[in-house]
Structure formats: C-alpha cells, structure tokens
Design a protein around this ligand. Sequence first.
Ligand code: NAD
Length: 361
Amino acid sequence: MIIGIPKEIKTLENRVSMTPGAVETLVRQGHSVLVEGGAGVGSGLADEEYRQAGATIVPTAAEAWGAEMVIKVKEPVAPEYGFLRKDLLLFTYLHLAAEEALTKAMLDSGVTGIAYETVKDRAGTLPLLTPMSEVAGRMATQVGAHHLEKSQGGRGMLLGGVPGVPPAQVVVIGGGVVGTNAARIAMGMGARVMVIDLSHQRLQYLDDIFDGRLVTMTSTEPNIRAAVQQADLLVGAVLVPGAKAPKLVTRDMLPTMKKGSVIVDVAVDQGGCVETIKATTHDAPTYVVDDVVHYGVANMPGAVPRTSTFALVNQTLPYALRIAKDGLGALRQDPGLALGLNTMEGTLTCPAVGDAFGMDC
Ligand code: NAD
C-alpha cells in the first residue's frame, strides 16, 4: 500500500504520525511511504532519517495526501478538507463529535475515516488514547511542581521537601491512567500522595501496586472537601466516558485551600472537574483564583512532542501495519479496530458521533 505522512498544520502541533523506525517497519513489509518534507522536524526527526528508513520525501502536502492511506496525528483542519476523497483511508485522531464542519467534509468527500479515539482493545479500553493520558499524567506533576515555585505564583515549596522539612501533599482526584501516572511521578519526587476515586476496584489496585506508599480515599463530597484543604498540589484526572467531567471541587471549596497551592486540572478537555477551571494554552498556562494557581492546558502532550510522538507511534503502528496489509479486511478481523470506523462512503458509522449531531448511523 502507498502510505502518506503529511506534516501536521494545526496550530502549535509538533507531533508527527510515524517515526523513522516505524517507517522502516512499513517499508520492510512491502509498503511505500511518502513523508512530507519537514513532517518530523517538530519532534526532532529530520527528513534524512526518514530517507534512510526507506521513505520518499515529497515536497508538498498534496503529494503526501495523494497516498492510498494517510496516517496523521490530529483531525484534518479546514485547509486539508480538499484532500479528502472517496478512495482515501484516513487513520488519525478525529474527534468528530466536537467538529461538525469536519464531519460534513468527511461525509461529503466519502473518505473512509478510522479514528484513534474510538478503537478498543480486548479489555475494552482505548489503547490509542492511553499513551497521551500517560504523558499528561506524568506532566501534571512536573508542571505542578514548577508552578509551586514562588516566581510562578506558587507557595514556594519543593514537592519532595528536604531532610528536616516535610514534603508537599499531592491530592489526585481520579486514579485512572492520568491519575496513576501523576501519582507515580509525585511519589518519585518524594511528595506525600493521596488518590481519590469512585471505583473501589481501582483504589484496591493502586493500594496493591504502590504497596501502601500512597493513601487512597473513596470519592465522596466530604472526603474531597477535606482533601482539598490539605493539598499543596491538586491534580484533576476524572473521566466519565462520553460525558462532561463532574464538578467535584466546587467554587465554595476554593477559599479553604492554602494560599499559593496549585490546581492542575487535566480533565479540562472534558470541561474539568474543578468548577473554577477554564481551558488555557501553553503560551499562558495559568491564572489565579482566590490565591490558588490554576493550570488548564487542554493539550498537555503538545509540550513534549518528541516523547508524545514516540508514545503514540508505539501504539498506532501495529494497527497501521494490519490496515496496510489487509485494508478494510483488518477491521473485519478485529471488532475493536472496527469500532474505529467513523465514516465510510458518505455514511456515518460511529453511533456516538451520530448522537452528537442527531444523525442516523
Ligand atoms: P481513565 O478512564 O483512565 O480514568 C478516569 C478515572 O476517573 C477512573 O478511575 C474513574 O473511576 C475515575 N472517576 C470517575 N468519576 C469519578 C468521581 N466522581 N470521583 C473520582 N473519580 C472518578 O481516564 P484517563 O485516561 O486517566 O483521563 C482522565 C482525563 O484526562 C480525561 O478527561 C481525559 O480526556 C483527560 N486528558 C487530558 C489531557 C490534556 O492534555 N489535558 C491529556 C490526556 C487525557
């Protein structure tokens, strides 16, 4: 199959959909890979590395998009809509429920769209979303520690303390992929860590794997109210699949927090679990409410495109190889991959997207 890797053109997007190593694997399996010149630069990957891996470097986006299958990171943006066509297979994050204009462009063009975010594995989890949650979770503690510094508006506190001075208290609400990774880094930096979750099974798991080195707590309003008062760093990491995040840290809890404490609400992309959070950008990531620093960047992995690119490709490549080998036959062989199909021949094939726009699937 001929596979195209265009350069991402969404604002501040520096990831690329395939690394040179992944390209080499595709080429070894008999595929041709067209990489748009400069596609990997934002992730520190030079055209020459792709060339050595067996790719053909093409000078224009149109040439990369001319392939039989295009693998991308982000959903197509308006200048790319013209590249969509009936005999194209597009494999990327699509997030169509949030993008009516793109959904229309996909349907009008007849393109076959397989969305990373709706592919499921055998366990029923979302394997192509997990790597970005891992990145965001680990980053949450890193940015939280940074913003606890006085010059960043924080309390002027070292997360791990020093001998003779106690460490900071980190409270993580939601102990899934993001929360577990945030907790892991916080413990690694020497902080005291509490994880709050609704799922008892999840709390049992965390208690087990961290061997009692963190405190677990059931998610109730009184428990959250008490924990918020102790927090130097609060990480919001809840997810209710398909729904907006519940507001667990309410406006009235804010004045009870320590002055200069920091909130990193990773769930901001689903509306946030902190009532006072709003989406911010990497350019101006924080603002202050009631002396509490708020960080609400909705695309945290964008700050570390190199790590994020490799993490994403680790998960997407096995699927890309199967699609490249068998085309849509790969979807018939794997019902979890078939759930990734969002559009085909002008028809919407993902019920969640249909629900969002009141369309039939
Ligand atoms: P996940 O499904 O792995 O974990 C979510 C956890 O929240 C689960 O353990 C669940 O039991 C828990 N939960 C649900 N309701 C709760 C409640 N009322 N109280 C306490 N816990 C509750 O999800 P994830 O992959 O960890 O993602 C978490 C959030 O982070 C999502 O909103 C996701 O979209 C977001 N995210 C944001 C970025 C970013 O850049 N900002 C990046 C990746 C993920």
